[in-house]
Each structure stands twice: as C-alpha cells, then as structure tokens.
Write a protein that binds this ligand. Sequence first.
Ligand SMILES: CC(=O)SCCNC(=O)CCNC(=O)[C@H](O)C(C)(C)COP(=O)(O)OP(=O)(O)OC[C@H]1O[C@@H](n2cnc3c(N)ncnc32)[C@H](O)[C@@H]1OP(=O)(O)O
Ligand SMILES: N[C@@H](CCO)C(=O)O
Length: 366
Amino acid sequence: MKITTKKETFTNPLYLESGRILEPYELVYETYGELNDEKNNAILVTHALSGSHHAAGRYEGDRKPGWWDGLIGDGKAIDTTRYFVICVNVIGSCYGSTGPMSQMYPSEERYRLKFPVITVKDMVKAQRILLSRLGIDRLHAIVGGSMGGMQALRFAVEFPNFAKHTIAMAATHATRPWAIAFNKVVQEAIIKDPKFKKGNYDPEDFKEEGFTGLAVGRMAGHISYLSPESMDRKFGRTYVETDGLFELFGKFQVERYLEYNGYGFSKWFDPLSYLYITKAINIFDISRGYDTLDEALKRIKTDLHLISFRRDLLFMPEEMKEVKIVMDAQGQSGHVSYYEVDSDYGHDAFLVELDKFSDYVADVLR
Ligand SMILES: CC(=O)SCCNC(=O)CCNC(=O)[C@H](O)C(C)(C)COP(=O)(O)OP(=O)(O)OC[C@H]1O[C@@H](n2cnc3c(N)ncnc32)[C@H](O)[C@@H]1OP(=O)(O)O
Ligand SMILES: N[C@@H](CCO)C(=O)O
C-alpha cells in the first residue's frame, strides 16, 4: 500500500472551546483506499495520545508499519478495497499538525506555553473542517481507541448525523481521577525536569539521551497500558542475565522494558505536546456543554458501538457500559451496542490484540 503524508492549511480561525482561537492552522493526514464518486465510503480513524496520522502502511525504510496496520488494509477489517480511510494528526500533537512547537504567526517564534489549551472537541472540530474541505459530508464510520475513542464519541455527540457507524473503544465518557493521576505524574516530571526550561527547551538537547522527565513519566503511563497478567506473561520475575542480583542497579526485565520504552519515547515525542494532549484527555467529559450525560447522549443518531477490554485498567469496561446503560434507558437500544473483549492484556490491547476484535469491527462496517 503506497502512502503519502498530506497537509492542508486553514486560514480561517479555529474557534476553540476555551474561547481562544487558532489561526492559521495546519492538519496532516494520510489516506488509504479510494473515495467513491458518491463520497459515501469514507471512514475516519482517530488516534490516541502518542499516535499519529500514520495508521497503516510503511514508508520506505520503516522498521514498523503504522499503528493500526493490522486492522487497516486490503481485505483487512477496515478494508481499503471498499473504504476510503483517513487518519488525521490531532491539533496539539507533534507529528505535523499545528501544536505547541509550531510557529505562532505572525511572530517568528514558536507557541510553546502560549499555545492554547485544546480539547477533544477542538480536535474533532478541526477534523470535521478538513473533511468538508475534502468534499466529505457524511462518513460511513468513525473508529478510534483510547483518546481516539473519545474523539469518536465526541463526533457522535457534536455532529449527530455525520457518521453512519461510530466505534469507540478503550475509552470513557469522562476521564476519572484514576487516569488523571497517571497523567499528573508525567506532567509533573516534565515540568520539573531542568531541561524543560519553562517550555523554552531546544529539542536537539534530548535527541541523544532523551528527556528524563518525559521518560520517567511515560514509564508510569506505560504501566497503566498493561496489566499484572500481561506483565507476568511478558517478563515473569526474569532478571537481566548480565546483571547481578545483589547489584543495587541490577534490573528485572520489566525494569529494563520500562527504561527502554520510556527513554526511547522521550527521544521522539515532544514534551509540550505531551502536556497539552494529556490535559485534553484529563478534561474530557462528553457531558460538558450539556446539562447532563443523558442530555449529551440523547443527541446521538449514529449507530454507536462501544468496545472495552476486560482488563483495561486505565479506562475500565464499566465506564463504557455506563454509556450503554444511559442510552438504553433513553430507548436508544437499537442504536447502541456494547462488546467486552475477553483480554487480560490491559489498555493497549486495542493496539496489540487485534485478532480479538477485528471480526467484530469488520461485521459492524459491513
Ligand atoms: C493510536 C496510538 O496510540 S499509536 C501509539 C502506540 N504507541 C505507543 O503506545 C508507544 C509505546 N509502545 C507500546 O506500548 C508498544 O510498543 C505497543 C503497544 C505499541 C506494541 O506492543 P508490542 O508490539 O506487543 O511490543 P512490546 O510491548 O512487546 O515491546 C515494545 C518494545 O519493547 C521492547 N522490549 C520488549 N521486552 C523488553 C525488555 N525486557 N527489555 C527492553 N526492551 C524490551 C521490544 O523489543 C519493543 O521494542 P521496539 O519498539 O524497538 O520494537
Ligand atoms: N499507548 C497508547 C494509548 C494511550 O492511551 C498511546 O500512547 O497513545
């Protein structure tokens, strides 16, 4: 599958939920498959915290394909022989769409801490504008996990007739203190790292060794993406062969894993973007702007498919179930389904255990 990164620039202001504006702004995205003449076969895929618009396929020389390559492609659950799939990098991120390290026009400077707080609603609004520009006024489906699931839900509430199907997985309707607490660890670690310099850092300073605050905070986050069972399976109590048990800094494999992933991540992900996106996740509450959760969910016209993962310890199954319960009580049972995937991997099962839910996704889309 040949892929290219596409970019659109918008000169009209994007009015944000906070009352601030973003002007101008850019969105980068990838597409897979062909848009049909009726323009009614488009599927929007929405990404999570550290994801990007690169959801499928491989650029030349890439060691790994896009983050949902197992799900998106010819003959796969999100079948690119039938559907035109689009994935957009959210505003606030660091993969090319406008974010805190973008230029704050007309100044030559980067926004840094002057970047406005953005919300999931703002991310979705920007994507809706992009789709309009591409001539897409109706989607066959929106599919996303984690913060991508939040975007899917937000789309369903704000643009009720826009998508025929909405699949929101591994998400919640309002971020709980439990998840906010994990984000607090990473936020605090970032801002207290001397390299942060009140946001005035030079990204070149941590390309080699990484950014300790982000690395350590990400380790905490990464724990919340797994589960005790998946850690037992991955590592057991195995010790790093070359380390001595009585060496103070000798490591278990799980420690080596967290270091590898934490420091690796901090070499490529931008600390300010991490602050802004975790803020957006923390303040996500689908009922904001409406009197109650009930009022917000009443707006939904799409067929909503909620998927959770049994041992998701970040956004727990009961949080998605609540949406179904409220919609059932509204008499919307015909428009909402709930499926709990029997997985003990943890939150990141939506990225890893695709075989456990890809048939379900394919069935919904058909
Ligand atoms: C929509 C989106 O959110 S996309 C963003 C997804 N990306 C992330 O979440 C970034 C963090 N990454 C991860 O959590 C995982 O890599 C996942 C979820 C993406 C994929 O999981 P898996 O394919 O099962 O990988 P796994 O968790 O086994 O290994 C991850 C890395 O740790 C390495 N690793 C595994 N065990 C160990 C160990 N004991 N010591 C050191 N490193 C280890 C692997 O080699 C792999 O390295 P690589 O990324 O350089 O290939
Ligand atoms: N591990 C994924 C999901 C987090 O919610 C990410 O970093 O984007």
